[in-house]
Design a binder for this molecule. Structure first.
Ligand code: HEM
Length: 159
């Protein structure tokens, strides 16, 4: 799991990234589609709104790292939301790769291998919980709702 040193590394580096959060999130998606163009079809044409949401979620993660377990239900639900979009477990590693690349670039001279490793551990932890959540039975969306394309955004109640 995450050490106190990881948490310090992530919190400090986030302060640099958050400065230009929206632009960095857009760069993240550009990088993602560069390394995994097959994922583009899952996303809407206009990425601005989504970039904002991802920035918000990362912010939530960083500010709750000390109490990581508290995020578990939110992340599990977020995992089910992704599952219902058709996202595969094997897709997560591309997102992790593209995020690490974006963080490294945004931090520029302040980046170090150690900071990168801390982020990697955190993103693997987050993805693991999302994937675990996606395997659990979803109680909040019934068969018909899913059949007719209802999207489960129940995880929002935790945010
Ligand atoms: C660390 C892992 C990830 C995190 C933290 C994350 C976070 C998020 C968040 C916060 C949203 C917005 C949910 C909402 O609309 O309320 C979202 C939407 C989405 N994510 Fe992820 N995500 C992750 C991994 C992935 C992966 C691996 C894919 C693979 C393709 C993916 C594809 C999408 C798509 C397609 C949407 C919805 C786009 C739309 O609104 O139409 N995500 N994600």
């Amino acid at each position: 799991m995450l050490t106190q040193n990881d948490i310090d590394n992530i919190t400090k580096s986030w302060a640099l990234i958050v400065n230009d959060q929206l632009a960095n999130m857009l760069k993240f998606y550009n990088r993602l589609f560069e390394i995994a163009p097959q994922l583009r079809v899952y996303f809407p044409d206009d990425m601005g709104r989504l970039a904002e949401k991802l920035g918000f979620t990362l912010n939530l993660l960083v500010t709750n790292l000390v109490d990581f377990d508290k995020l578990r239900p939110t992340l599990e639900e977020l995992g089910r939301f992704h599952r219902d979009l058709g996202v595969q477990n094997s897709h997560y590693r591309y997102v992790i790769k593209a995020l690490l690349y974006t963080i490294k670039n945004a931090m520029d001279i302040y980046y170090s291998e150690e900071i990168g490793q801390s982020w990697k551990r955190a993103l693997i932890a987050v993805s693991t919980i999302m994937i675990e959540g996606s395997k659990k039975k979803d109680k909040s969306v019934g068969f018909f709702a899913r059949l007719f394309g209802a999207r489960n955004k129940n995880y929002k109640k935790y945010l």
